[in-house]
Design a protein around this ligand. Structure first.
Ligand SMILES: Nc1nc2c(ncn2[C@@H]2O[C@H](COP(=O)(O)OP(=O)(O)OP(=O)(O)O)[C@@H](O)[C@H]2O)c(=O)[nH]1
Ligand SMILES: [Mg+2]
Length: 199
C-alpha cells in the first residue's frame, strides 16, 4: 500500500472533538522535538502537511490527516516539553492520556525516540504504561541519519535490552530518517498489515 494521498482534516483539543466516523487510525507520539510531524510528512511525501519546528512544543493539538481516503494518521503533541508551563503540561498530558485510553479506532501507537540518545526513563515509563493498558504499540527510532550504521545497531541492541526488562518480547522497532526516507517502506508495510485487514 503506497500512501498516495494525504490531507489535513482537523485539529482537536479533546478526545470528544476527534472524528467520529470510526475509520482506523494510527498515531505518533514521543517527546517534543523528536520528529513526529517530520515523520508524517516523510511518510505521506507531503512537505508541510504537519507543521515542523526546531522549537519544541510546536504541535499542541490532536491533528488528524486522512490517508488514501480511508484511514487516519494522527500527529499528537509531544510530552516532556520542559519549557511549557505546569498548567499547560498538565493539560497536554490529560489530552494524551484520554486519547490513548479512549480512542477505540486506534490500531497502533508509534512511540518515537531519538536514535542518538540512550533510553530515557520518561520514554521507558511511558512505553510501559501504554503496554499495561493493552494499547498496541511499536517503537520508532528517529533521526537515524545522524548516526553511523554501527552506532545505530548498538543503540538498537541497548534499547531492546532495556525493553526486555519489562516486556516478554520487545515491541517492533523501526529505524527511520525523515531527511533520507529511511524506514518508509517498512513502516508502510507494517501499517498496511493491520489497516487493510481491519478496514
Ligand atoms: N536530521 C534530522 N532532523 C530531523 C528528523 N526529523 C525531524 N528532524 C528535525 O527535528 C526538529 C523537530 O521536528 P518536528 O517534526 O517538528 O518534531 P515534533 O516531534 O513534531 O515536535 P513537537 O511538535 O514540538 O512535539 C526539526 O528541526 C526537524 O527538522 C530526521 O529524521 N533527521
Ligand atoms: Mg510536531
Amino acid at each position: 500500500m503506497a500512501i498516495r494521498k494525504a490531507e489535513f482534516v482537523c485539529s482537536s483539543e479533546r478526545l470528544d472533538q476527534c472524528p467520529r466516523d470510526g475509520r482506523a487510525e494510527i498515531a505518533f507520539i514521543g517527546r517534543s522535538n523528536v520528529g513526529k510531524s517530520s515523520l508524517i510528512n516523510m511518510l505521506t511525501r507531503v512537505n508541510g502537511l504537519a507543521k515542523v519546528s526546531g522549537m519544541p512544543g510546536k504541535t499542541r493539538l490532536i491533528n488528524h490527516f486522512l490517508v488514501n481516503d480511508t484511514w487516519y494518521l494522527v500527529d499528537l503533541p509531544g510530552y516532556g516539553y520542559a519549557q511549557a508551563s505546569h498548567k499547560l503540561r498538565a493539560g497536554f498530558e490529560q489530552m494524551i492520556r484520554s486519547y490513548i485510553l479512549g480512542r477505540d479506532s486506534l490500531y497502533c501507537l508509534f512511540v518515537l525516540v531519538d536514535a542518538r540518545h540512550e533510553a530515557l526513563k520518561q520514554d521507558l515509563e511511558f512505553i510501559q504504561w501504554v503496554g499495561e493498558n493493552s494499547v498496541p504499540l511499536a517503537i520508532v527510532f528517529t533521526k537515524c541519519d545522524k548516526l553511523t550504521a554501527r552506532s545505530l545497531a548498538t543503540q538498537r541492541t541497548l534499547y531492546e535490552q532495556q525493553l526486555l526488562e519489562f516486556w516478554e518480547d520487545s515491541p517492533p522497532l523501526f529505524m527511520t530518517s525523515s531527511t533520507s526516507g529511511l524506514g518508509r517502506e517498512e513502516l508502510e508495510a507494517y501499517i498496511e498489515s493491520f489497516i487493510t485487514i481491519n478496514q
